[in-house]
Design a binder for this molecule. Structure first.
Ligand code: APR
Ligand code: ZN
Ligand code: ZN
Length: 361
């Protein structure tokens, strides 16, 4: 059996997205059918629509989603019909060299559903990040659906599936922020503010948000920034040193993806501190640093892929913290929109007006 539902498709490069009929197959072995309840609008969806990721149009967009399992395929054991799940793009394989060494959060062979969702004429769709969730029902691999407390709001929970997890994990998993640490976060969008929230959760006592937009800096304070710097007006490296007894921060997190702000993060860090890059650079960017300083400052220069998260470990735990009022996931939901409003939400995102617009089904 197949399901005929409505979904948001990027039909061709740079064209506005459109609402189309999508045919979703019943789950095969190792697959699950998810009744999508909410899905956030992420920059990566816009990158797909602009053709920046690859040319495999048409794309079924959407990937920051939560919903309920409607059907499971043969051999599925980790979830059952009726479970409330958050979708993820790291279904660990258990057998690759990263998994074999006990580091599944780096899994190099993550997988997606085998069967294809299609348009009515049979054209196969490429689901964004192997998910595709701006659609009433979606088909994913079992490991892409992580069961969490069903009392959580789907609007907030879905955001853990991508950008918010990336930011939280950049602080908690990759940066290893701990009690009493000082942290600076460059870029206070959805990802950067999640890094600020993660640093606060981990017990950092000095948390400095850096951005060029005062509106974002105000939001940063809401998520736990103890200090803010508008780097259009003030040299952020100098100011961060002033705020840390002349030393710099223990962990400097870059959540934009620009060479200029990576350099700022590098120089705003204390000796033996850690730089975490979670912003995604463009392929042609280069960063220049004095080689001697890379040695002389010691510490670690790290990149954070998807917050180095392990969905099965991190999603249920973070949802529990949310339910206990210790993690403000609702604060990332700037607005709730309908499925027909995704194109307009891209423009709001480009204008910096929102942390996340979330489609409610
Ligand atoms: N200096 C400081 N802040 C800047 C600068 C700059 N030169 N340029 C942009 N910013 C700020 C913006 O004002 C914005 O608040 O960086 C923030 C970026 O946030 P968003 O555009 O909302 O992006 P977000 O969803 O947070 O993602 C950030 O992480 O996962 C990656 O692909 C994603 O590279 C992107 C980054
Ligand atoms: Zn693996
Ligand atoms: Zn995303």
């Amino acid at each position: 059996m197949t399901h005929k539902v409505q979904g948001i498709i990027a039909l061709e490069k740079n064209a506005p997205v459109s609402l189309e009929t999508v045919i979703v197959p019943d789950p095969g072995p190792g697959e699950v059918l998810v009744d999508v309840q909410a899905c956030g609008v992420c920059h990566t969806d816009l990158h797909y629509r602009q053709g920046n990721i690859n040319d495999d149009f048409p794309f079924l967009l959407g990937h920051e989603a939560a919903g309920v399992i409607e059907a499971v395929g043969e051999g599925v054991t980790s979830v059952t019909v009726g479970d409330f799940v958050i979708l993820n793009w790291r279904a660990v394989c258990g057998g690759c060299r990263a998994c074999a060494r006990g580091r599944p959060w780096y899994c190099f062979a993550t997988h997606n559903a085998q069967q294809k969702m299609t348009l009515e004429d049979g054209t196969e769709l490429s689901p964004a990040l192997g998910i595709g969730a701006f659609v009433e029902k979606t088909l994913v691999a079992e490991g892409q659906a992580t069961k969490v407390n069903p009392e959580a709001s789907p609007l907030a929970a879905g955001l853990l599936g991508c950008g918010v997890m990336a930011g939280l994990g950049a602080a908690i998993n990759t940066g290893g922020v701990g009690r009493g640490d000082s942290v600076a976060v460059f870029g206070c969008g959805g990802v950067g503010n999640a890094a600020i929230a993660g640093a606060a959760l981990a017990g950092a006592t000095t948390i400095i948000g850096v951005d060029i937009d005062d509106r974002k800096l105000e939001w940063a304070q809401g998520f736990g920034a103890t200090h803010i710097i508008n780097s259009r007006q003030i040299d952020p490296v100098e100011r961060i040193r002033e705020l840390t007894d002349g030393n710099g921060v223990d962990v400097a997190i870059e959540a934009i993806g620009l060479p200029e702000t990576y350099q700022q993060a590098f120089f705003a860090r204390d000796l033996a501190g850690t730089v975490v890059l979670v912003g995604v650079p463009a392929p042609d960017m280069k960063v220049e640093l004095p080689y001697i300083e890379i040695f002389g400052r010691g510490g670690a220069l790290k990149s954070s892929w998807y917050g180095d998260c392990l969905p099965s470990r991190d999603f249920p735990m973070l949802i529990d913290l949310y339910m206990e009022g210790k993690l403000d996931l609702d604060g990332f939901v700037s607005e709730t929109i309908g499925i027909g409003d995704v194109e307009e939400a891209f423009h709001k995102m480009e204008r910096g007006e929102v942390l996340r617009s979330v489609v409610a089904f």
